[in-house]
Design a protein around this ligand. Structure first.
Ligand SMILES: Nc1ncnc2c1ncn2[C@@H]1O[C@H](COP(=O)(O)OP(=O)(O)OP(=O)(O)O)[C@@H](O)[C@H]1O
Ligand SMILES: [Mg+2]
Length: 271
């Protein structure tokens, strides 16, 4: 079966400022297939959030276009409504409303859908079950851990059954065990529901859990790697290690490794 492209950008460009111009994004062409988990990595200021915000119609391009499920965003009449129904957002800071319980927070995006109060509640409870928070439905954000809050934010992002979830540093505030939990949850949602997930991360372990990793530098896609095998995942992890970095820099290495270094360097440059 040919893969269905749910998200496409063509020549996507965003320039900020009026006197001093910053080309935050510079002609990005990207295609994302339904059911993909795509990680976006790259240095600070390279344009990752700019790209995500344009894809999510939170910002407007200077030129180029974003096409979601075959619809160019410029053709959408009510962009807020389109966004609410098509895209779920998860941010680094969970952005939950502090005076609402977990369940009430998950219900917020559903007000657009004209469901009955009962149907809304039932759906919110179901989504909290899905993210493993059945017992926290009546807790306020202040009564939950960081990982639990982020799972509520993910349940909320799923409230309108979006085609795509966009996540900007979703594990940025979490420790490594909780980060692994959140990535396992994303992987399960992707597997069970065919959810397409685009996430920005600084964390190589998070990126290695994705099927495809693009690297952005100076507003351009520098690298686009589909993680075909476990070995590629391992290589990506190794690349960020102290030894991997030393090999890439061509540092002088202990003799037992030096012999293998050129071959390893070649491999690391591929991922
Ligand atoms: N609203 C804005 N006005 C002016 N410049 C901006 C604006 N938003 C972003 N920029 C600039 O655009 C560039 C890309 O920013 P962006 O936020 O996309 O980076 P990033 O890759 O997400 O970085 P980080 O990893 O630090 O979050 C940066 O040089 C930034 O200063
Ligand atoms: Mg950013």
């Amino acid at each position: 079966m040919p893969e269905r492209i749910v998200l496409e950008t063509r020549g996507l460009t965003r320039v900020f400022g009026d006197r001093v111009l910053v080309r935050a994004l510079d002609g990005v062409d990207l295609q994302v297939a339904a059911g993909e988990i795509l990680a976006i990595i790259g240095p600070s200021g390279s344009g990752k959030s700019t790209l995500l915000n344009l894809i999510g119609a939170l910002d407007t391009p200077s030129s180029g276009e974003v096409i979601i499920d075959g619809t160019p965003l410029t053709k959408v009449r009510n962009i807020d409504r389109f966004r609410g129904r098509t895209i779920g957002f998860v941010f680094q800071s969970h952005n939950l409303l502090p005076t609402l319980t977990a369940r009430e927070n998950v219900e917020v995006p559903m007000y657009e859908l004209r469901l009955s109060g009962r149907a809304r509640r039932a759906r919110a409870v179901e989504l909290l079950d899905l993210v493993g928070l059945t017992k926290r439905a009546d807790h306020l954000p202040s009564q939950m851990s960081g990982g639990e809050r982020q799972r509520v934010a993910i349940a909320r992002a799923l409230a309108n059954e979006p085609a795509i979830v966009l996540a900007d540093e979703p594990t940025g505030n979490l420790d490594s065990a909780t980060t692994a939990d959140i990535m396992a949850l994303f992987a399960r949602l992707n597997h069970e529901r065919g959810l397409t997930i685009v996430l920005v991360t600084h964390n190589t372990e998070v990126a290695a859990a994705a099927q495809r990793v693009i690297t952005i530098r100076d507003g351009k896609i520098q690298r686009d790697v589909t993680m075909g095998s476990e070995i590629e995942r391992e290589l990506l992890l190794f690349k960020s290690s102290v030894l991997g970095q030393a090999i890439l820099r061509g540092d002088t290495l202990p003799p037992e490794i030096a012999a293998a270094a050129p071959a390893l360097q070649h491999l690391l440059e591929q991922v």
